[in-house]
Design a binder for this molecule. Structure first.
Ligand code: HEC
Length: 197
């Protein structure tokens, strides 16, 4: 293949990747694995909307923050853990067997997700943190949580997602979302990295 053809090939590949998107990620998933992937995807959508507002990319809308926070809270606790019956490792899951070896940690994280998302829903009208700083006690009481800045609670909620993923989800060989593909392409392709600087 000549060098001149490569840009066209890259575009073609990107189009296919974009078109397949989430469908690709769920290829072949059925039953409980599909159900939890769908649930996790909707968590991802809520967190994306919240991130945009928390980081000032979209206007901070108290009602929208509350709606998304409550949607996340509803998926937490037992509603999350019941999507992981013991040994449910059917293809193409990325769940790790460690889930059942350390069920207590797994279910604690699921519960924390509900607690912090619920707290976020009830602190939406509090003063937001200005600038940097703002830490959270290790194990905050409900009163402490209720008095916190919503963006501090939000960061804690985000950490709950990533803490669980780091321990209990396989890293994927192939990124599951088009945005991740772009991220990777930008990183491995010096030309586009330079262009984005
Ligand atoms: C208690 C553990 C736990 C928590 C908390 C958790 N996740 Fe997950 N998440 C998982 C596991 C395990 C998988 C892999 C599921 C599978 O492939 O069967 C997963 C998968 C995902 C996926 C990929 C779904 C797919 O289609 O492959 C997304 C997106 C996701 N989680 C988003 C989130 C977000 C956002 C949060 C926080 C609001 C969150 N998760 C909280 C354990 C968790």
């Amino acid at each position: 293949m000549t060098i001149a053809l490569r840009p066209r090939l890259t575009v073609a590949v990107l189009v296919i990747v974009l078109a397949s998107g989430a469908v690709y990620a769920h290829r072949g998933a059925t039953g409980i694995v599909k159900k939890r992937m769908d649930a996790m995807m909707s968590l991802g959508d809520s967190m994306k909307a919240l991130t945009a507002m928390m980081r000032g990319k979209q206007p901070y809308d108290v009602e929208r923050v509350r709606t998304h926070a409550m949607a996340v809270a509803r998926h937490g606790g037992r509603d999350l853990t019941r999507l992981f019956p013991e040994g449910s490792l059917q293809h193409p899951t990325r769940a790790k067997p460690a889930i059942w070896a350390d069920w207590e940690r797994f279910s604690t994280l699921a519960k924390e997700m509900a607690v912090y998302a619920g707290a976020l829903a009830s602190t939406t009208a509090n003063q937001r943190r200005s600038g940097r700083g703002g830490s959270m006690p290790v194990d905050p009481t409900p009163e402490e949580l209720a008095a916190m800045a919503p963006d501090v609670v939000f960061e804690r909620l985000r950490r709950t997602c990533s803490d669980c993923h780091r321990t209990f989800r396989e890293k994927s060989e192939l990124p599951s979302r088009p945005a991740e593909w772009f991220g990777r392409l930008a990183r491995v392709n010096p030309a586009s990295t330079a262009a984005s600087r």
